[in-house]
Design a protein around this ligand. Structure first.
Ligand code: IMP
Ligand code: MG
Length: 171
């Protein structure tokens, strides 16, 4: 496994993101939405650095289709427990690839009447973008290679690695 982003680099970038988010959200009691499963490690490290009142909720979505390419048709596997009307919402996602999943999520959550919706993504593959997407908080832009670790999986394996690694055949 080739390491693309090491543990220390990940953690210090998350420090910076948390500072930025604290400046923007302190006092607003946001709802932090973790997109399962990939964002679970990232959100856990992130919220422990946010020293203000917030609430957490979880959503699971899946793209239809058999390929690794997002089809843009998204199915909600687990919806929020909370009502987000008039709430400030921050979506936390592992990686933006085509951007189709988040485009759908933004539209869906915005239709529920929140005060605001913003995106925080750990990784971005800008070369793959199919839909323009406003991402307020971004950890790292990476090349168009398949990565695993720190929550990201390949066939459900690799989520527990503490770093972001390149799949063997892509290294
Ligand atoms: P999008 O709709 O194409 O932006 O799909 C984003 C989703 O695809 C992410 O939430 C990941 O679950 C998955 N994904 C995209 N690229 C990778 C990767 O390199 N490794 C692991 N999962 C990925
Ligand atoms: Mg995945």
């Amino acid at each position: 496994m080739k390491i693309l982003i090491g543990e220390d680099e990940l953690q210090s970038r998350i420090d910076q993101l948390a500072e930025q988010i604290t400046r923007d959200y302190k006092g607003l009691q946001p709802v932090i939405i973790c997109v399962l499963k990939g964002a679970v490690i990232f959100v856990a490290d992130l919220v422990r650095r946010l020293d203000f009142d917030l609430e957490m909720d979880f959503m699971a979505v899946s793209s239809y289709g058999m390929t690794t390419d997002s089809s843009g048709v998204v199915r909600i596997l687990k919806d929020l427990d909370m009502d987000i009307r008039d709430r400030h919402v921050l979506i936390v996602e592992d990686i933006i690839d085509s951007g189709l999943t988040l485009t759908y999520l933004l539209k869906n959550l915005n239709s529920r009447g929140p005060a605001s919706v913003e995106i925080c993504a750990l990784l971005d593959k800008p070369d793959r973008r199919k839909a323009a997407l406003p991402c307020r908080y971004l950890g790292f832009s990476i090349p168009d290679k398949f990565v695993i670790g720190y929550g990201l999986d390949h066939a459900e394996k690799g989520r527990n690695l503490p770093y972001i690694g390149l799949m063997e055949d892509e290294a």
